[in-house]
Design a binder for this molecule. Structure first.
Ligand code: PLP
Length: 468
């Protein structure tokens, strides 16, 4: 492809993206939220063998509509209420494009000072915008980094915690981790990767809101100590995936401090709500946390992947992850003048992700994020009142932030059938979870273009799918 061909194709693609995104907003019924294709149908549209000669852009471009779009679940659809959202705003798309266009690998400060220094500034800006404690500031012992996902952040936290514990003399085979049955599965995966077998993950009891009981945590730690084991990390969730429960971080932090255990706080979805000053409570208790993560790719319109991970003491993280082969040595790093973010993550290479965050903050602006979050919360409150007024449904957990967990009084089979029937229409998408052994429909209101009318229509769809 020549630069001129790139220019033409690029303009065409940008136009196509703008049409796709506005199409989702203006004519959502054109797109089934969930892809209607069966397994193998996309693959069947692809030739069995790669082309032996270059193809024309026009042919490749046409396959976007022909092959890709039918095989999409439209995450940017206003009636996407499944999982947690992954929102992608126009400034963020431009940031991604610019990042690919620049084509830098920001593994070291020296491999692109702009990639490193803009990232450091963005983590400090976000710390300020979210009202996070000073201890995570890059000007002290702490600091932040952009990871791909919250799972990567959790893995890094576990590795740092493991290092701190073993450096203090604890044998690896005695380390024990703590979370709850509601903690995201990434903690178990992170522990596995970090060499901590799952039988040394304690699932601490939860209360009626599915939040960790700090006294149960203290008791579990005491029992492990008595058995000669060493509590080394606790993962507290602020906004669990199944029901948006909030583990009481301040009390958990006190227990961790008494035991010398690392506290990682996972606020993948909910943490971004702190952009609204009245919602800063979502991050309560971080003053004593060792690390924290939240995802602008979920609720802030920064396209996937963008997880922000902060640590209070970067020394433990760097000691756990830093390796310095000769070919990566630089004078600036050895003089301690710069950050090399390769030491803050699992891979060596890294994309220039800070651009999309920087541009989203500058071009969308704080007030637009706040307006979106407040709109979602207001509609959630309305949805709860509609659920409460329909005697066929019941709330399966106390509604929390922008997540409503509902089920049918008719039982699990009826709830499961409802989820499948509603999703099969393509008009909206929900996900299923299980709370207290019973099936639950999660209705999460977090789409960038989702408004009251979409939620109202989705609720009418659920009522229709239940039948009279
Ligand atoms: N933590 C929580 C609470 C989540 O809800 C999720 C995903 O939804 C994750 C972690 C993992 O997120 P990621 O895809 O960024 O790894």
């Amino acid at each position: 492809m020549t630069p001129e061909e790139f220019r033409t194709a690029g303009h065409q693609l940008v136009d196509w993206i703008a049409d796709y995104v506005t199409g989702l907003a203006d004519e959502p019924a054109r797109y089934p939220v969930r892809s209607p294709l069966a397994p193998g149908e996309v693959r069947a549209m692809l030739p069995a063998h790669p082309p032996s000669a270059p193809e024309a852009w026009s042919v490749v471009f046409a396959d976007l509509e022909r092959v890709v779009v039918p095989g999409l679940t439209h995450w940017q659809h206003p009636s996407f209420f499944a999982y947690f959202p992954c929102n992608s705003s126009f400034p963020s798309i431009l940031g991604e494009l610019a990042s690919a266009g620049l084509g830098v690998n920001g593994m070291l400060w020296a491999t692109s000072p702009a990639a490193t220094e803009i990232e450091t500034a963005m983590l400090d800006w976000m710390r300020e915008l979210l009202g996070l404690p000073e201890r995570f500031s890059s000007s002290g012992d702490g600091g932040g980094v952009i990871e791909g996902t919250a799972s990567e952040a959790t893995l890094c936290a576990v590795r740092a915690a493991r290092h701190r514990a073993t450096a203090a003399g604890a044998p690896l085979e005695r380390l024990v981790a703590y979370a709850t049955s509601q903690t995201h599965s990434s903690i178990e995966k992170g522990l596995r990767i970090a060499g901590i077998p799952v039988d040394r993950l304690r699932l601490v009891d939860v209360d009626g809101t599915y939040a960790m009981r700090p006294e149960a945590l203290a008791a579990a730690m005491a029992a492990d100590r008595a058995a000669g084991l060493v509590p080394f990390v606790v993962v507290a969730s602020r906004g669990t995936t199944s029901s948006m429960a909030f583990d009481p971080t301040p009390a958990i932090a006190e227990v961790c401090r008494a035991e010398g255990a690392w506290l990682h706080v996972d606020a993948a979805m909910a943490g971004i709500a702190a952009l609204c000053p009245e919602l800063r409570w979502v991050n309560d208790g971080l003053e004593l946390a060792d690390s924290y993560c939240t995802n602008p790719h979920k609720w802030m319109g920064v396209s996937f992947d963008c997880d922000l991970f902060w640590v209070a003491d970067r020394g433990a993280l760097l000691a756990a992850l830093s390796i310095l082969p000769e070919y990566l040595r630089t004078a600036a790093a050895e003089a301690g003048q710069v950050i090399d973010y390769r030491d803050w993550q699992i891979p060596l290479g890294r994309r220039f992700r800070a651009l999309k965050l920087w541009w989203t903050i500058r071009l969308e602006g704080l007030e637009s994020f706040q307006a979106m979050i407040r709109r979602h919360l207001a509609v959630t409150t309305e949805l709860v009142s509609w659920v409460e007024a329909d005697e066929r449904f019941e709330l399966a957990a106390a509604p929390s932030l922008n997540l409503v967990c509902v089920r049918l009084r008719g039982g699990d089979a009826a709830t499961d059938a409802l989820i499948e029937a509603a999703n099969a229409t393509g008009e909206a998408l929900f996900t299923r979870t299980v709370l207290d052994g019973r099936s639950v429909l999660r209705f999460c209101i977090g789409g960038r273009i989702t408004g009251r009318a979409h939620v109202e229509a989705a609720w009418a769809l659920l009522q229709r799918c239940v039948g009279p």
